[in-house]
Design a protein. Structure first.
Length: 129
């Protein structure tokens, strides 16, 4: 775990070479720029936490569709754009937190059909602007 370690700069696309990686927790650092779309190829990733950084681009749609992801926390950044349609989001996801960003538009109502996304989704949906 590399949370709160003072890491700064951009996330390297070479992280996508770590094909067996299951947990990537980089919350509470000073990471900037965008999430490399190449991270969407990490099919064994179960937890991705990039909360409390300074990312400031759109969220790559393939990050929402990571094959094994159960927990996706991208809160407290400066992400822009809209959340991809529900078809892009992995059905096995149990936690999805995109609160406290600069996202626009409506939260996809079809996400209410995802039985694994429980109370956490309801709470986070209310905080989107």
């Amino acid at each position: 775990m590399l949370e709160n370690r003072g890491l700064a700069g951009k996330l390297p696309e070479e992280l996508s070479y770590l094909s067996s990686l299951k947990v990537l927790e980089l919350a509470q650092n000073k990471l900037t720029g965008q999430i490399p779309p190449e991270l969407g190829s990490l099919n064994n990733l179960e937890v991705l936490s990039l909360a409390d950084n300074f990312f400031d681009s759109t969220i790559p749609a393939n990050v929402f569709g990571l094959a094994s992801v159960e927990s996706l926390n991208l809160s407290n950044n400066k992400f822009t754009g809209q959340i991809p349609s529900f078809r892009s989001i992995n059905l096995n996801t149990k936690e999805l937190d995109v609160s406290s960003n600069l996202l626009t538009g409506n939260f996809p109502t079809a996400l209410n059909l995802f039985t694994n996304l429980g109370k956490e989704l309801t709470e986070r949906k209310q905080t989107l602007s």
